[in-house]
Ligand binder design. Sequence first.
Ligand code: MCN
Ligand code: CUM
Length: 805
Amino acid sequence: MNDLTPDRDDRTAKLKGIGCARKRVEDARFTQGKGNYVDDIKLPGMLFGDFVRSPYAHARVKSIDTSAALALDGVVAVLTARDLEPLGLHWMPTLAGDKQMVLADGKVLFQGQEVAFVVARDRYVAADAVELVAVEYEELPVLTNPFEAMQSDIVLREDLTPGTDGAHGPRRHHNHIFLWEEGDRTATEQVIASADVVAEEMVYYHRTHPCPLETCGCVASMDKVNGKLTVYGTFQAPHVVRTVASLLSGIEERNIRIVSPDIGGGFGNKVGVYPGYVCSIVASIVTGVPVKWVEDRMDNLMATAFARDYWMKGRIAATKEGRITGLWCHVTADHGAFDACADPTRFPAGFFHICTGSYDIPVAYVGVDGVYTNKAPGGVAYRCSFRVTEAAYFIERMIEVLAIELNMDAAELRRINFIRADQFPYHSALGWEYDSGDYHTAWDKALKAVDYAGLRREQAERLAAFKRGETRKLIGIGLTHFTEIVGAGPVKNCDILGMGMFDSCEIRIHPTGSAIARLGTISQGQGHATTFAQILASEIGIPADSITIEEGDTDTAPYGLGTYGSRSTPVAGAATAMAGRKIRAKAQMIAAYLLEVHDDDVEFDIDRFTVKGAPERFKTMAEIAYAAYNQAIPGIEPGLEAVSYYDPPNMTYPFGAYICVMEIDVDTGETQIRQFYALDDCGTRINPMVIEGQVHGGLTEALAIAMGQEIAYDEMGNMKTATLMDFFMPTAWETPHYTTDHTETPSPHHPIGAKGVGESPNVGGVPAFSNAVHDALRPFGLRHTHMPHDHWRIWKAAHDLGLHG
Ligand code: MCN
Ligand code: CUM
């Protein structure tokens, strides 16, 4: 046996399977300008659509005059709500069970709202025609503050009958959407009333936007001869779009083909259904030619899915020694004009109730009030795992505030409250079953890696020097330990508009030993073509380099719910492994036949089946594939194919320990990130290099959000940050160096033990950056201040603390 070992290592390396830092196969195309994005799709006779958008945040639409626009050479049509009404398409259902105007029907509810859709020969003519559509508005009073909206007499949604229930139960007020509660309120309030120590804070996670480099868009093409509708678009969930399009239009699903070509970043922005998709499809049906619609940057920032906007009021109770005894939270969630959040149906606040975080908290309560305002709809999107970002930010800020209250070191406070490794599977007070974890090991590794004690000493010395007047720079140490929840999800409690959230993989092995696998997910830059081939390589013994991964075309891919919520690895990745095992099971029977032994007498070995005890007698997977097609085998059908639809038994719970060391200049508010250490545990690691890339990208988005990026409105509802001049997008200049690290705690229920990782760095990154800012100013009495921590806000915080003399 021993002399076979080097050969086995060689054979394993050739597969480039699980654990290999395989280079991304898609980059050969992307780096040579050979990507194929929506805007690269050009069909014969194609027209271009563009929107007339509302300049007002709240106004009645008195009249729309399209005559001048229609008279312009090259304009083919101008659609308004009146044109869509006979089709029942002037409103559309949202993913959250609400409905949303496709084109302004009587009034507009946010600045940038779609009012009319101009269809013209090309983009330039369409833009000129947009200027020629005359809309008469009557301005209405504007509500941009959700607390005021809940008190105001102003009715935003006149289409909803007052006093009626919404999609998630009773509505208390005409601007109220839902109250959603979890946990034991009475018991939690009792614990808080009698606790040794209670820390209370209002934690606001401001509104922001995923802002992918490629904006949203589509090309709709109705072929009236064969009755087939094809839509190319920036869709994170192509099959969902197909089903929804069929239900809305009455066109049979077999006659709808949805294709997601290459996607230039999604980050959740491309989960929702937007008026542009509906208008392009209608316009193509009306004109009989393909119609393209692609947003510009302002369209994207003003109108498509925003993220966050959560006001989280918290109370956390503890003993004098720092043992947490209870957590209470009430959220006022600003959903804008329509509730268009993308969450599993039963969870209108997503998975926010993971807000007990990494801590063993005996009793807890959360209540979330959804509220309408005159802002853009959307919500949840932006590397968020369904509001887990908000939850992690909330608990990690509450821990810091509690540490101040207890006059304790925040690292130690975390350590004594972590769920212990022997408590998994752990049932949280808010109803989750954490599948696995080892927080103490990760935490100790992180603290040791940065020399935490040494950093605290240095920080104290700097503080002393500051007080002596020798420096104007302080040091902040931002700690975070987060627990993610990804892999939506079990069909028993996770669906979107009734569609169960399983996922799928279909594999075809070709006679000469190469393969194609198709999945129900769709990469937007995550590298699925690279990593899913690695899972399969390890499962079936065919080199990853010989496996093609295909996604995103509903005519060929098996039905799946798409890519968001870091669900691809936990769900479609599991389906890939399971389908691979079906291939292997059939291959085993073929091998046994070829080797003239019983099925049980052969075993799988890397890339072949060997006779047990006689490894020199074997059939490679390539030989087996050839035989599967070309040899008559009694009792076995020809061919080597398999499909798996995988319904996960539980979510997966990745976690991580992040530490940010920041210098703050109290006179300018400028910050410098001196060190950022990120330890992630996503269970079995499929491709360490891809994981590192995911972590770098997510941390950079976290940096943006925490330190400057926001969607801000003035009191008139004008959006102040609709261009990249005002909306902070970090470049290489602002991006610090990151040190990545890992522990590996496999998921016990996932076939290969993998958990998702795509969103972790955003979930954990934001509190790490924010906590660093707070930690620097803690000695001067800062408890909490709202993000984003741009230079001005930091300067202001320092000023308010009296640091400018
Ligand atoms: N991976 C791995 N080992 C693991 C877990 C993941 O090698 N244990 C790899 C996967 O194989 C995959 C990548 O890491 O190639 C991300 O996997 P996963 O965590 O399953 O997340 P998804 O593929 O479902 O991607 C979604 C996630 C989300 S929700 C957002 S938002 C986000 C993100 O991914 N948007 C992105 N990362 C992004 N990265 C890019 N480049 N572009 C986006 O739009
Ligand atoms: Cu919530 S952003 Mo991602 O789930 O596509």
